[in-house]
Design a protein around this ligand. Structure first.
Ligand code: HEC
Length: 147
């Protein structure tokens, strides 16, 4: 009950990035040190994906905006590769798959941006989101829980 309630509250109250952080629950053992992951999330993944998600929701208006989205997509792809470095433990294969899926989807965004293809940006943006969500569902540890 508590879980579905808090999920509903999350859905009602927060935006995509926060939703991912706040609602994910099941966790395996850490594949990378949490501080390393947090640095990559806060330093690259989150800001770059915010730009990508914003573009997916509302198409860039100027060439400069398009360029910024392309750059963010490439930064996000790079973060997806960096997340795979040094991964270890029993969950590492599935961890790498999510990180690679994020990188692949981000590169699709970059290609769509090169063509100024709004629909493709949006579709690839959804794939990015699925990768974030998939990884968090498996690996995001809530500090209060037993794990
Ligand atoms: C390969 C796995 C993986 C992928 C892909 C991933 N994350 Fe994360 N993310 C994590 C883990 C693990 C944490 C928890 C780190 C910790 O222990 O604090 C986290 C934490 C976060 C946080 C909370 C940061 C904080 O401490 O305040 C946010 C927000 C977040 N991720 C957003 C995203 C978004 C947006 C994407 C996709 C664009 C994404 N993540 C993709 C694994 C991933």
């Amino acid at each position: 009950m508590a879980d579905s309630l808090s999920l509903l509250r999350c859905l009602a109250l927060v935006g995509a990035a926060q939703l991912l952080a706040a609602c994910a629950s099941e966790a395996e053992e850490p594949v990378l040190p949490p501080a390393t992951v947090r640095n990559l999330m806060l330093g690259k993944t989150i800001p770059a994906s915010n730009v990508v998600f914003a573009a997916a929701a509302e198409p860039p208006a100027s060439d400069q905006d398009w360029r910024q989205v392309g750059q963010s997509a490439r930064t996000l792809a790079e973060a997806g590769l960096k997340l795979q470095l040094g991964a270890k433990g029993s969950g590492k294969d599935s961890w790498r798959r999510y990180a690679q899926a994020m990188a692949d989807a981000a590169l699709k965004v970059a290609k769509a941006v090169d063509k100024h293809d709004v629909d493709a940006v949006s579709a690839a943006g959804n794939q990015v989101f699925e990768a974030c969500e998939g990884c968090h569902r498996s690996f995001y540890k809530k500090s209060e829980t037993t794990g």
